[in-house]
Every structure is written in C-alpha cells, then in structure tokens.
Write a protein that binds this ligand. Structure first.
Ligand code: MG
Length: 393
C-alpha cells in the first residue's frame, strides 16, 4: 500500500432481528409465537440475538416486535444490551421498514436483517455475508435445492418438473448497504417475500454466499424439535466418593436403607453412592462439585437425606436444557451385600432423578480384601453420568 492510499474505513454494521411474526403454523408453546419458544433452556429469540451481539464487527442490534409481545420480549432479553425495540407493522415488509427507519438517524454503512426464528446462525455465516457486502449492495446466504421440484395444479396434479440447477433457497441474515435498502423499502409498492426481493425490485444487485443447513427457520413444532436435536451434544462426567464406617445399624446406599452392623460417617446421611452420582452429573455439565453446592459446614445438610443432592444436580442439568442419558453407579465394599437391594436401589435412584429405570445401572464389587474397603473400614462408590446438553459456542 502506498503512503497515499488510506486503508478502507471499517464499515459500521447494525442488525435488525425481525421478531414481529405471529407464527400461525406453530403451536408447541400454546399461545406464544415461535420466537419466544424455549430451545435448550433459552428462547429462540435470545439465541438469535446472541449470535450477533457476540460478533465484534456488529455495532448494535435492534429487534422489531409485535405490540402484544412486549412482556415476552422483555423477559426474553433480560440483561442484553439492545437498542429500544421497534413495533412491527401489518406485514413483515412493514416491520423491516420500521426497523430501518429507526436506524436511519445513526446511518450505519451496512445492515443485516435476520429472522428471529433462525437461532442457529453462527459467526462464520455472518462473516460470509459481511464479506460479500464489500462486493455488492445486497448479499444473501443461499443453499442449493436438493429435491426435484414439481409445478402442480390446484388439485395437486403435476404439470411440470422445474429445472432446479439455477434455483437456490434464500436464508437470513440478508445484508445490505443501508442507504440502498432503506431507499428500496421506502419506494416498494408491492408486497415482497424478503428484503433481497425489495432490493432486486429496485434494481439492486444481490450476491449469494453459502448458507448453512443448520441455519433453518423454525416454522413448526417439529422444526423446534429438530433444532433441539441438532444442538445437543453428549457429555460424560464421573464422580467418586468414600465414607468411613462408624458404630451404627444401617447404611444408606442409593437412597435405600440397608441393615448393617455399622453405619457410614458423614455430615449428611453419608449415602456414598448418591454422592458419587451427584458429582458425576455435576461433572458432566461443569457445575462444580457436591461440596460447592452443599457445604458440609452448612447445618441445613446435617443428617440430610442425600436425595436432595442428586435431585438438585438433575435440576441444574435440566435448567441447561439437558437430559440424563445414562447413569452407572458402582459400589465398592466387602459388606453389606448389595445384590439383594440392587433392584430397589435402581427404582429409588430413578425416582429421585426423574428418569426411567432403564437409564440406570447399580452394581457392586469388592476389592478382594485389599485396601481400606477390603479391611471394611468404609465404602467407596464411583459413578459415570452420560448426558445430552445443548452445545454452547
Ligand atoms: Mg460424600
């Protein structure tokens, strides 16, 4: 670069999230429109907004919402730094125009317009659209059509097979030079299905960049379920615990009272198996350990049944949109004999965790008389939890 050439000024880019739709085809969440449905512990809308707020080249994010959704919107966006929401119009086109008019005072170089119902948009896709804006006033992510297309008549009979080579499926975010799309929206007299069409109609050039299959739009309850599946990842966690014997007449193992000539010493009921299980689940979601959640110094847990520890770990797992796939517990001791109680233990853990017994395993082993368990000084337990949780990027 010569001394006379200036590096290109970095363009300012704002984002409009279109969240004013009523979603007639969606009914999974009762009356709430799809953008306010929960997806992996967060609303669809919040996830969509997050993708842009986390991008360092985005200056601000503005949502266009339906007037009836004010309370839903406020709840869904608590703590997020957004522009004041703008009320939508009677059509999507009108809603977008309202958003553009609200941004006009700050005249961004570029604007990205995104459907709230596409929560899986990622940084790479946003980057592709923004890169494209260096070459054209309009850029859309698009994907090829895989299925054969048929033109049909009113009774559903095929008239023709449509060549698909030159057809693409348009996604969002659609990116535009702000002045061009604002002028095109102001001039648009027709009802058009997306913002690129508005620019096309005004004679603007629209470039396509590669879309992403995962960036599909949630239109039906089935779409929401499909999105949930694609977002889940499998994780494992392990837990280990030991309690020593002291004078007594029973031990608690997996929430079951097992008669024995001694008991286990502990601040709570010393259910070594439930403690290991709790730590395994906490480990799988990176939520610390049992001691951090239930400090032994806290008198509230004195002689407490350990059920509440496992129940709390399950609650944390579910709060993250996760589910327990499997929990495998091994109790290590010479005595008492576990096998007569195994079935009751599985049933008890299933009840505490709120999962089907088929997702649980309780087994026992000795250490052949070796070590502290061999000398019957105490009982050890270990557990491995397999969970499915929404991936966090
Ligand atoms: Mg313990």
């Amino acid at each position: 670069m010569s001394a006379l050439q200036q590096p290109p000024a970095s363009p300012t880019c704002d984002v409009i999230i279109v969240a004013a739709g009523r979603g007639q085809r969606f009914s999974a969440s009762g009356d709430a429109p799809k953008q306010y449905a929960m997806l992996g512990g967060e609303t669809v809308l919040r996830r969509s907004i997050h993708a842009f707020l986390g991008h360092n080249a985005i200056r601000s994010v503005l949502a266009v919402i339906h007037a009836d959704d004010r309370a839903l919107f406020d709840a869904a966006t608590t703590g997020l730094k957004l522009r004041p929401a703008v009320m939508g119009g009677a059509t999507r086109q009108e809603s977008v125009r309202n958003g553009l008019e609200a941004l006009a005072q700050d005249s961004p170089s570029w604007v990205l317009i995104h459907d709230a119902a596409r929560p899986s948009v990622d940084k790479a896709l946003i980057d592709r659209v923004m890169d494209g804006l260096r070459h054209a006033p309009g850029v859309i992510p698009a994907l090829p059509v895989a299925d054969t297309l048929k033109r049909i008549d009113a009774s559903g009979v095929v008239n023709a097979t449509v060549p698909r080579d030159a057809l693409m499926r348009a996604q969002t975010p659609q990116g535009f030079h702000f002045d061009k799309i604002l002028a095109a929206h102001r001039a648009a007299a027709l009802a058009l299905t997306d913002d690129a069409a508005v620019l096309e109609h005004a004679g603007g050039r629209v470039l396509t960049v590669a879309g992403a299959e995962g960036n599909f739009k949630i239109t039906t309850a089935e779409d929401l379920m499909r999105m949930e599946q694609t977002m889940l990842e499998t994780r494992t966690g392990q837990g280990f615990d030991v309690h020593r014997f002291t004078a007594g007449d029973h031990v608690m193992l997996c929430g079951v009272r097992v008669p024995h000539s001694q008991t286990l010493l502990g601040h709570s009921d010393a259910d070594v198996a439930l403690h290991a299980a709790t730590d395994a689940i906490l480990g799988a979601i990176g939520a610390g350990d049992i001691g951090a959640h239930f400090p032994p110094s806290d008198p509230a847990y004195k002689n407490a049944p350990s059920d509440k520890f496992l129940a709390r770990a399950m609650q944390l797992l579910r709060a993250r949109g996760g589910a327990l796939t499997h929990l495998d517990i091994t109790i290590i001791c010479e005595k008492p004999k576990v096998s007569p109680h195994r079935e009751a233990m599985v049933a008890r853990v299933a009840a505490i965790a709120g999962v089907d017994a088929s997702r649980l395993s309780v087994k026992a082993t000795t250490t052949e008389g070796l070590g502290f368990t061999g000398r019957s000084e105490g009982i050890a337990a270990q557990a491995v939890a397999t969970v499915r949780v929404p991936a966090q990027n």
